[in-house]
Design a protein around this ligand. Structure first.
Ligand SMILES: Cc1cc2nc3c(=O)[nH]c(=O)nc-3n(C[C@H](O)[C@H](O)[C@H](O)COP(=O)(O)OP(=O)(O)OC[C@H]3O[C@@H](n4cnc5c(N)ncnc54)[C@H](O)[C@@H]3O)c2cc1C
Length: 415
């Protein structure tokens, strides 16, 4: 057990894993939480900003307020490096903070796979700000494309790089908003031979089937070599026009962790079953940044389990007690294809139904409401009002009521 009166715990990253860990740590420790963002962000629904179903404000909660209410200290800065031997983190302003125990919960960042021009000309899709930028740029493209008569309109090509979970949800949301706008042409491009490779093939087949009749195309087995301002280039020397390129293709561990990423994995920092790094027993990792012996999907639902577990183990570690193993519970995935359909996937089971949109919305409402209980009443009530009015109207009720019963039942099935 340490002699100092209060042991110092630092948490880097205050989203799913970091914030839920902070909520589990008692004030008897000196807890500092650091995040480059001012707000917690509900990432799984940011694609809905594209179609105006959600506003950025409904997906965000102020971190300073929540963390202060928990009795901890919040620093709105970026950590630039970690020194495990000196037990120190360095911030962007060169300030150095020491810890007795450190929790790394800084998630993943965008990966461009070293493809030329990708960082400059393709828009990322990792935060609400990214999505707002895409939303606004599509509106600008449409506004500048509209001639006085329809013969002046040229097609606008929007390419989504990556046909994984995010790429599909982005396409669905764009079709929700622009299905009737025939100027817009959407193409999903992937190096794999189908959509959502991590999930059953029948899901990919159904999404392709559902998208027939919309202005959506798919290009598989394509290897991109370069992204330019208005085009995308492939290894077979062909190219395609692109007025706007959206990058959903991959993610990796943030670069600032390189110094302690001794195994050099892009997936995560290697941790044991207690979520401790192999090299430093006082550094714990939770959420997307962690890489256990058995690789786990990068999901918010798993980060929400890992954060509190890491906090409990940090408390036990500082008290000199034995640690508990993290037990992974498999979580279902809810994937939305705009207002076309929503899918529930658990293992090999795939259910499809527009009514599942309400389930996805309920998960978001439930967690945001739980986290908001930490906010002062007026902010919490304001947030609730904006979340419920917009989303209830646009998702919970509208999606269900606007479909005729025959369509609703027709689109509901076990795949
Ligand atoms: C578009 C999209 C859709 C998704 N949909 C789903 C879904 O439907 N269901 C699901 O379960 N999962 C979904 N996910 C995955 C889910 O968002 C992640 O698994 C989850 O966010 C991981 O939580 P985390 O706390 O580990 O990291 P994050 O949520 O990424 O949080 C990391 C935090 O660390 C901060 N940070 C990073 N680097 C630093 C630094 N150097 N200094 C200070 N702060 C730093 C960041 O600002 C951020 O607040 C989606 C992800 C995306 C991008």
């Amino acid at each position: 057990m340490l002699n100092r009166k209060k042991s110092r715990i630092i948490i880097v990253g205050a989203n799913f894993a970091g914030l839920t860990a902070a909520a589990k740590l008692s004030k008897s420790h000196d807890v500092t939480v650091i995040d480059s963002r001012q707000n917690f962000q509900w990432t799984p629904n940011i694609h809905e900003i594209l179609s105006n179903v959600k506003k950025e404000s409904a997906l965000s909660l102020n971190l300073e307020t929540i963390i202060t209410k928990l009795g901890h200290r919040f620093i709105n800065q970026t950590v630039s490096s970690i020194n495990g031997d000196l037990q120190a983190v360095t911030l962007d302003d060169k300030q150095v903070l020491n810890y007795d125990a450190l929790l790394i919960a800084s998630g993943h960042t965008r990966s461009n796979y070293d493809i030329k021009g990708a960082d400059k000309y393709a828009y990322g899709f990792r935060s609400a700000d990214d999505v707002l930028q895409i939303h606004n740029n599509i509106e600008v493209l449409l506004a500048t494309n509209n001639g006085k008569n329809s013969s002046n309109e040229r097609p606008i090509h929007i390419n989504i790089i990556g046909g994984g979970f995010t790429g599909v949800e982005v396409l669905g949301e764009l079709l929700r908003k622009y299905a009737t706008n025939k100027q817009l042409h959407f193409t999903v491009i992937d190096s794999a031979s189908r959509l959502v490779q991590a999930l059953p093939e029948k899901l990919s087949d159904d999404i392709l089937e559902q998208c027939k009749g919309y202005q959506a195309q798919f290009q598989f087995n394509r290897k991109i070599t370069e992204v330019k301002k208005s085009s995308i280039h492939f290894d077979d020397k062909q190219s395609t026009k692109s007025d706007l390129t959206i990058w959903t293709a991959g993610s990796k561990l943030p670069d600032y962790l390189d110094s302690i990423n001794t195994e050099g994995s892009v997936s995560g920092l290697a941790v044991n079953a207690y979520l401790q790094t192999n090299e430093f027993d006082n550094i714990f990792v939770a959420g997307d940044s962690a890489s256990l012996a058995k690789s786990l999907p990068k999901q918010a639902s798993i980060a929400l389990d890992m954060g509190p577990h890491a906090a409990r183990n940090i408390t036990r570690f500082l008290a000199g007690k034995s640690l508990d193993r993290f037990k992974f519970k498999s979580k279902p995935v809810l994937l939305s294809l705009g207002d076309i359909n929503t899918y529930f996937v658990q293992g090999k089971l795939v259910l499809a139904s527009p009514m599942l949109a309400a389930a996805k919305e309920a998960v978001y409402q439930f967690y945001m409401a739980r986290l908001s209980t930490l906010l002062p009443f007026e902010q919490s009530a304001f947030g609730l009002a904006s979340r419920v009015t917009l989303s209830t109207e646009k998702l919970l009720l509208a999606e269900i009521l606007k479909l005729r019963p025959r369509v609703l039942i027709g689109r509901s099935k076990v795949l």
